[in-house]
Design a protein around this ligand. Structure first.
Ligand code: HBI
Ligand code: FE
Length: 289
């Protein structure tokens, strides 16, 4: 799940993937849909088919319903077409970007209900693993939940919180919250544990691991606890945080985090595999098949 290197990490040495030569000051580009090759559409179909097979029983209901509506199984989607449907549902738009964009720009887009989607698709030898988000991760993983009104409002709020966190020199705390919720979150559903995090839902292996493996910890959502917790970018997660519903997520990101950041700055971070006294480790889902 190592697709989250920040621009900062990349700035010394590593070159970002993607063509940044034609983007505007908000890092927006035109999705040159005609430029995708038949081989790329075929790779998209293979990625989509594998993932769509894994989704029933493992993804939250809302994700499965939206995915069906998106009708994106056959070819790399045209972002402007999806925007039409999405805008009607929750007032969100998709904007095409060349790849990773600066934190502030990313949060500004979210705060204005625009979700940045990377335009390039991974190479065939990256079928199971990519280092930076590509269009399959961004679209398949993130877009379906943007059709959920509560989640959609939460993500906008998150964008506003991100801008504030940058000003308070607290980005790393909010980045952890994003990581453990939007990217790797689990939800307790009437049918048992399900995934809603985009990093999980776009992954061929972690989507089963996160629900049924006895190895990782599964802990009820607690924003301050998450913000203290380091995360792994090059392996499956050692801890997942579980929500009851999206309202809980919305409420957890609603408060002014300023006092929390002050407390966090005086504390050491927790390793990714911590289980603190009093914390309940939620048991994995048992497969009947
Ligand atoms: N850029 N395209 C893109 N996608 C991201 O998910 C992203 C980004 N830039 C910054 C960023 N994420 C992170 O800093 C925040 O999610 C915390
Ligand atoms: Fe993502």
């Amino acid at each position: 799940a190592d697709f989250f290197k920040t621009l900062e990490e990349k700035s010394d040495g590593g070159k970002l993937r993607g063509d940044y030569s034609s983007c505007d000051e908000r890092y927006v580009v035109k999705q040159d849909w005609a430029a995708y090759t038949p081989e790329q559409h075929a790779l998209w179909r293979r990625l989509y088919q594998r993932q769509a097979k894994l989704v029933p029983d493992r993804a939250c209901e809302m994700f499965i319903e939206s995915l069906d509506k998106l009708d994106a199984a056959g070819e790399i989607p045209r972002l402007d077409r999806t925007t039409e449907a999405l805008y009607k549902a929750t007032g969100w738009e998709l904007v095409a970007v060349p790849g990773l964009i600066p934190d502030l720009t990313f949060f500004e887009h979210l705060a204005e209900r625009r979700f940045p989607v990377t335009v390039w698709l991974r190479d065939p030898d990256e079928f199971d693993y990519i280092v930076e988000p590509d269009i399959f991760h961004d679209f398949f993983g993130h877009v379906p939940l943007l059709f959920n009104p509560v989640f959609a409002d939460h993500l906008q709020q998150f964008g506003k919180g991100g801008i504030k966190a940058l000003n308070l020199d607290a980005l790393k705390y909010l980045a952890r919250l994003y990581w453990y919720t939007v990217e790797f979150g689990l939800i307790e559903s009437p049918h048992g544990l399900r995934a809603y995090g985009a990093g999980i839902l776009s992954s061929g292996g972690e989507i089963e691991y996160c629900l049924t493996s006895p190895t990782p910890r599964r802990i009820a959502l607690d924003a301050e606890r998450i913000m203290r917790t380091l995360y792994k970018i090059d392996s499956y997660q050692e801890t997942y945080f579980v929500i009851r519903d999206y309202q809980q997520l919305f409420d957890a990101t609603a408060p002014d985090f300023t006092p929390m950041y002050e407390r966090l700055k005086k504390q050491d971070a927790l390793p990714a595999n911590s289980l603190l006294p009093g914390e309940v480790n939620i048991p994995p889902k048992v497969r009947s098949d």
